[in-house]
Design a binder for this molecule. Sequence first.
Ligand SMILES: [Zn+2]
Length: 408
Amino acid sequence: MICRACDSVLTKTSIDLGKSPIANNLLTLKQLKEPEKFFLLHVRTCDSCGLVQLPEISTRETLFPENYTYYSSYSNSWLVHSKKYAKEMIEKLDLSKDDLVVEVASNDGYLLQYFQAEGIQVLGIEPAAEVAKVAEEKRNVPTLISFFGTEIALKLAEQNVKPRLMVANNVLAHVPNIHDFVAGFAVLLDARGIATFEFPHLLNLILLNQFDTIYHEHFSYLSVTSLIPIFNKHGLVIFDVEVLDTHGGSLRIFVSKDDSKWKESPSVKDCLRAESLNDPRSIDVVSKLQSKSQQVRLDLLEEVEAIKRRGESVAAYGAAAKGNTLLNFVGLDSFSIDYVVDRNPHKQGKYLPGSHIPIVNEEQLQKNPPDVLLILPWNLADELSQQLDYLRKQNVKFLRAVPSLEYF
Ligand SMILES: [Zn+2]
């Protein structure tokens, strides 16, 4: 396997999670009877540039199909985060009605709606047609249905599209061709424009044992160390870094043309220093992750077995990708877990890949509460704990497995 950033040969294993089906590929009742494809979930690290990565097992069109149905607006905390970002950026860049904000992977318009409410021009770019339709029809956010890369950037540049701000939240890690993607930003930005990218920080994957954020749609596990040479290759520089608590600990990096007025903030060097203390190129750092994930696997298996032996029931909450990595790695399925609840109606009625656990709505939880509820999206544990507080009165116990097994 060759590094997607620097073309070096990849020899070091970061973590090997065995085999897993494509995490977001939820199954219909009919598909349960058909053979299912499993792919190796074996993450490699690049000695040379530090990019931690998975190979591209399938095309982006297969991994992110047009009928992909993740809606950012289903998470209240994410909306609060997005609104705050919009306010900060309007102030920082002094944005007005003459300015344009372009968001790549704009989803259902969850973010651009807040810029638009302040009279600023917006354009979303989103490959999932159904999700883009919601942005257009429900929120009036103009949305181009497309993947982003150099080709679409050149077309927009021909139409004189000149954004002051470009945003890409939780998408940089999901692009197979990271150079083509970043080059697209270089095409559209001028010396006045900036781009911000948010992504889960590799440092947290390593330190907080977030091994379940590894799934096939997630190609790259990002650090500032590995991103600097990628951006530099396209005439772009990272001039500021903010540490965020979203998705279990993310970074927001600020990027501009290398000839722009923005000066590098000390935060860039601070982040590089922090990353150097847990360098993924070091074999010690890498092997710890493997043993910590194995510990979670053994603890969760043992706990679920104990619950079932007592004659009690287990259900799960949150049919997101990270839950699938956990369940498939641990080896839990519909014999152990009765159902998984998800608020997204597009997921309800389907089944998790591999484990074949049925996805139901929250009403099931009220009608048929389990003894133990396994919260899969641990990054939303606090939000869900409040939202599902009524279950505690019915003696439902809340369990999470990552970073380590814990009732809460
Ligand atoms: Zn590399």
